[in-house]
Ligand binder design. Structure first.
Ligand code: PLP
Length: 375
């Protein structure tokens, strides 16, 4: 029998946020519990898609089960265009923000081309570089200065900016964003702005890069329904382009989107009611998350695991007492059942990421266990 030989590219891909599930297996097989603080899925906790949005999708499921145009259905594109005040033809619906990231990077980068990524970084970006054989060049973030970006001048085709940030919870100020635009403009880079957590900000407000960029650089903004509308399983995202007028670049985008066929049609029919309807669910979520953030942030610092105060999203990124963070996280799960993701999974050794979506009592229990483990 001939066995399939995997590609080296595939073997090199890693997505540690899910891979750490393996750490929990031993405990689960022994019938013990696991507190999962590894995956940022609000729908697994007490965050529900608003009813008016569910109803729009439910109605569409009765009759809108066809392939949509690859750029998205008109109604959804128009809703995004109205929300962001951009022309409809510069809006493309995607299969989650993940397809937007994939499309933006593939449209820009050939094998060997460089892309400037944040460090620590949401691992999909590094996984895609591995798949595409593109070169990841990293810009660091200063843990001593609330995870502010540190930006040397480099040569790359694109720069990725994630604010609010996964995994650090940092939200960049307008000034920082302006500096990033200047660096991008000097290096003739296209900015890929991943703003998937822009509704979930606990202090101050979020500034969108689209508001900062004038005509200095091309900008591809990404957002969707996974975090702000608690519907990650719907797989709905969108890309909004600014200063990307070249017809050849738009053709590259269209080619890629056509090859993926389309984003899920019935769920696209819920985008209008999501963007034009009430935002009460976000206000309620931010209030709950702020309290949960405070529990985790205070308790981690209280036990000596230094952690900056997350300003947005639902992640705390804390220092741990060893550089071997993968063994630490594995041991923590084996002995206590608390499952987190090691910092090196995001390219930053000596840290771990803690999801603070569960209720406060669960978070306190998890923190108690981590504290006992450290002792
Ligand atoms: N971008 C960031 C920064 C994320 O944290 C995530 C998911 O956690 C994604 C993109 C993926 O989004 P989606 O579920 O819409 O594909």
């Amino acid at each position: 029998m001939v066995c399939p030989v995997p590609s080296k590219r595939a073997l090199g891909v890693s997505y540690p946020i899910r891979a750490v599930d393996f750490f929990a297996e031993e405990r689960l097989n022994a019938g013990k519990d696991v507190i999962r603080l590894n995956v940022g899925d609000p729908a697994k906790y007490d965050f529900k898609v608003p009813l008016h949005v569910v109803n729009a999708a439910r109605e569409a499921l009765k009759s809108k089960n066809f392939y949509a145009p690859s750029a998205g259905i008109d109604e959804a594109r128009e809703a995004v265009s109205g929300y962001y005040k951009v022309p409809v033809k510069r809006v493309f619906m995607t299969i989650g923000v993940s397809e937007g990231i994939d499309t933006a990077m593939n449209a820009l980068l050939d094998r060997g081309d460089s892309v400037f990524l944040p460090k620590p970084c949401y691992p999909l970006y590094t996984a895609l570089c591995q798949k595409m054989e593109a070169r990841a060049v990293f810009y660091d973030h200063d843990a001593e200065n609330n995870w502010a970006p540190v930006l040397p001048q480099v040569k790359a085709k694109a720069i990725v900016v994630i604010s609010p940030n996964n995994p650090t919870g940092a939200v960049y100020s307008k000034k920082m964003l302006k500096e990033m635009v200047d660096v991008a403009a000097k290096g003739k880079m296209t900015i890929i702005a991943d703003e998937i957590y822009d509704g979930l900000v606990f202090e101050g407000s979020h500034t969108s890069l689209a508001k900062v960029v004038k005509d200095e650089v091309p900008l591809i903004s990404l957002n969707g329904m996974s975090k702000n509308f608690f519907a990650p399983g719907w797989r709905i995202g969108w890309m909004v382009l600014k200063n990307c007028e070249s017809s050849i670049f738009l053709k590259a985008m269209r080619n890629l989107l056509e090859a993926d066929l389309c984003a899920p049609t019935p769920m696209q029919f819920a985008v209008k009611s999501a963007l034009e309807g009430s935002r009460k669910h976000v206000r309620v979520a931010v209030k709950k998350l702020r309290q949960r953030r405070d529990v985790v942030w205070k308790r981690l610092n209280g036990m000596g695991l230094e952690c900056n105060k997350p300003m947005g999203a639902f992640y705390a990124f804390s220092q741990i007492p060893t550089q071997d963070d993968e063994s630490f996280v594995h041991d923590l799960c084996r002995k206590t059942g608390v499952l987190c993701v090691h910092g090196s999974g995001f390219g930053k050794r000596g840290f771990m990421r803690v999801v603070f979506l569960p209720k406060e009592e669960v978070l306190h229990e998890a923190m108690d266990r981590i504290e006992r483990f450290l002792k």
